[in-house]
Design a protein around this ligand. Structure first.
Ligand code: ATP
Length: 263
């Protein structure tokens, strides 16, 4: 069980040129839960995740992990606490799958034994069902297969936090469920999971908390049913959508009827 942990984001502002991409973002994220970040294309979701993990430097604001400024931590210290799955990860080298998953252990070099590293890699590959490709060159895999391998790399770190930018994109329905279950298991074991997602139904089903960003600002934050309410979806996405409870305790669905009539 991972100890309880808090990621606190205060007054975050990020600018590209004269354009404010994120403005006045205040958030307190708790471990032990899945937080889904939604919003239209270009809303600032990836920028937010990149600012939190320190890949982008905000113009203003602070990110603290359990009271310590993340920017004061060395990159490897930070990486041991927070694993990041980028939206379109580039794989520069034609390495085999096992080697790529093993990159998730780099932050632990010198701290864990080879045996521990190998065991963590084996566990992550088994969980994501990529073991059969251990010796395949990553660049020969399909997009969805590669996405599972990249998720395995993140899981191999067994970090307190996983920040994942659209982790379900490119996965078939079965592997979407599998990835969702793996992230749920990480949260249930006390880890913090923050992910961006466009699929409203999947967000409604897997998230404990939904944050909606529009134009660089938080416009909704709460339980999925509240944050994904029809009026909010209409305002943010200009769609007519409806929350449908599943019958007999089955999971909910968000039915999108179409684009909202103008006016
Ligand atoms: N390298 C860049 N240079 C200039 N502008 C950028 C760059 N990367 C992102 N932007 C802009 O910053 C804004 C926020 O982008 P971001 O990628 O955070 O959006 P997003 O909410 O993740 O979108 P999507 O759902 O399409 O992935 C967008 O207007 C985007 O065009």
């Amino acid at each position: 069980m991972t100890r309880p942990s808090t990621l606190k984001i205060s007054g975050l502002q990020f600018r590209r040129g004269s354009r404010v991409v994120l403005d006045a973002i205040d958030l307190q994220l708790q471990s032990g839960a899945i937080t889904a970040v939604l919003g239209p294309n270009g809303a600032g979701k990836s920028t937010l995740l990149s600012c939190i993990v320190g890949l982008l430097q905000p113009e203003r604001g602070a990110v603290e992990l359990d009271g310590t400024s993340l920017h004061s931590l060395a990159a490897m210290q930070r990486a041991r606490r927070i694993a990041f799955l980028p939206q379109t990860p580039e794989i520069a080298w034609a390495v085999d799958v096992q080697t790529l998953v093993g990159l998730g252990r780099i932050p632990f070099h010198g701290l864990s034994s080879d045996e521990e590293d190998r065991a963590a890699v084996t566990r992550a590959m088994a969980k994501t069902e990529v073991t059969q490709w251990a010796d395949r060159t990553v660049t020969t895999l399909s997009g969805g297969e590669r996405a599972r391998v990249l998720l395995a790399r993140v899981l191999a770190g067994e970090s307190d936090w996983i920040l994942a930018d659209e982790p379900f994109t490119g996965l078939d329905p079965s592997h979407q469920f599998e990835a969702a279950e793996l992230l749920r298991a990480a949260a249930d074991q006390g880890g913090g999971v923050v992910l961006t997602i466009h699929d409203l139904t999947l967000a409604a089903r897997i998230a404990d908390r939904v944050i909606i960003i529009d134009g660089g600002r938080i416009v909704a934050d709460g339980a999925p049913r509240d944050a994904l309410a029809p009026q909010i979806l209409r305002d943010v996405y200009k769609i007519d959508a409806q929350w449908l409870d599943g019958a007999n305790g089955t999971p909910p669905t968000i039915a999108v009827h179409g684009r909202a009539a103008r006016g």
